[in-house]
Write a protein that binds this ligand. Structure first.
Ligand SMILES: *Cc1c(COP(=O)(O)O)cnc(C)c1O
Length: 373
């Protein structure tokens, strides 16, 4: 089945007791056992399993072309679950990545005996070298946050597998609409469902999808149920509702982002634009091969004059909201370095734009007045 159909039907069926086409929200934390002590529905306690979570997991697994998905209360809980697989081992991670991911790897994983190295994953020779000392996990973000670097998932899978390591891919920026890392050879795909999958800036969540059944999946399920960082039934229901429109939203937002990136590239008050859809982007040819239907809805720009000028531009927008996050229907603009804090490696003159679903002409006009004042 095609993605658009899966987005609407995977994981869903009418409620067998009422015929309700949209599934009820199962708030009950506990489920009755059979007289024989068995679990006739498979559910017994909501931390271990809940019908709304099952439906969400089935839908996301179908969209990513994976075996199963394991849902968590946030994207960060999802990355931590994956990193727990490499406790005591070595983890190699993209140097340009979500700052919270880097923080987990720098601050939490060493407590679990893991050694961590950050490497530019667009440089395959550097990745090969970093994997040498018996890495257990290679973690890649592509396109990356906030510099929109593009890494070759198929090539990285080859390098990781040659060293006996798993390849995990944070697919938050692309969504399964634009990029399917499992088909390219990744073993695990993760999403902050807070972003495009949720799409309305009103639900926090995360998910990990595994390509094959087996020990890795079992350990993620154990981390989910025993670790307990699970999403609420209502959050799962909201996410499932949002998935139905995911293909339409992501394609329209990506088209808007391309329009905006092209506008910014020509604007005299802009020093540099980072967007894989631009021919000038170092990863454009790879992105065109590896992605489809668009290059994502996040655009970063650097402006002359440093942090103060970047802040001043963000202060002048009227339609964009000055806020962190991405993937929602409303467009956001953010001075990234000051959000990431003192450990940030993001250029001080960088603004990150998350393109929503407003008309691109209105967004361009707003940026034009903010840049030109
Ligand atoms: C937001 C984000 C995360 C973290 O997800 P939360 O839901 O905020 O915990 C991880 N990776 C990327 C690329 C993100 O944008």
């Amino acid at each position: 089945m095609k993605l658009e159909t899966l987005a609407i039907h995977a994981g869903r069926s009418p409620d067998p007791t009422t015929g309700a086409v949209r599934e009820p929200i199962h708030l009950s934390t506990t489920f009755e056992r059979g007289p024989d002590g068995g679990y006739p529905t498979g559910y017994f306690y909501s931390r271990s399993g809940n019908p709304n979570r099952t439906a969400l997991e089935q839908a996301v697994a179908a969209l990513e072309g994976g075996t199963e998905a394991v849902a968590f209360a946030s994207g960060s809980a999802a990355t931590l679950a994956v990193f727990s697989l490499a406790a005591g081992g070595r983890i190699v991670c993209s140097s340009d990545c979500y700052h919270g991911t880097a923080k987990q790897l720098r601050e939490l994983l060493p407590r679990w005996g893991a050694s961590v190295e950050f490497v530019d994953t667009t440089d395959l020779a550097a990745v090969k070298q970093a994997l040498e000392p018996g890495a257990a996990l290679l973690w890649v973000e592509t396109p990356s946050n906030p510099l929109l670097r593009v890494s070759d998932v198929a090539a990285l899978a080859g390098l990781a597998h040659a060293r006996g390591a798993l390849l995990g891919c944070d697919n938050t920026f692309a969504s399964p609409v634009l990029q399917q890392p499992l088909a390219l050879g990744a073993d695990l795909v993760m999403h902050s469902t807070t972003k495009f999958l949720g799409g309305h800036s009103d639900v926090l969540g995360g998910v990990v999808v595994v390509r094959e059944p087996g020990e890795t999946l079992g350990r993620l399920r154990e981390f989910q149920g025993t670790g307990g960082g699970v999403p609420s039934p209502f959050d799962c229901w909201l996410l499932l509702r949002s998935l139905a429109t995911l293909p339409l939203r992501v394609r329209a937002q990506s088209a808007g982002a391309l329009t905006i990136a092209r506008f910014l590239e020509k604007h005299p008050a802009v020093e540099r634009v980072h967007y894989p859809g631009l021919e000038s982007h170092a990863g454009h040819a790879l992105a065109a091969r590896q992605m489809r239907d668009g290059f994502g809805a996040v655009v970063s720009l650097q402006v002359p004059g440093g942090a103060a000028e970047a802040m001043a531009i963000a202060a002048r927008v009227r339609l964009f909201r000055r806020a962190t996050s991405l993937g929602g229907v409303e467009s956001l603009i953010e001075h990234r370095a000051s959000m990431e804090g003192p450990a940030s490696r993001t250029p001080a003159n960088l603004l990150r734009i998350a393109v929503g679903l407003e008309h691109p002409d209105d967004l361009v006009a707003d940026l034009d007045q903010a840049l030109g004042a």
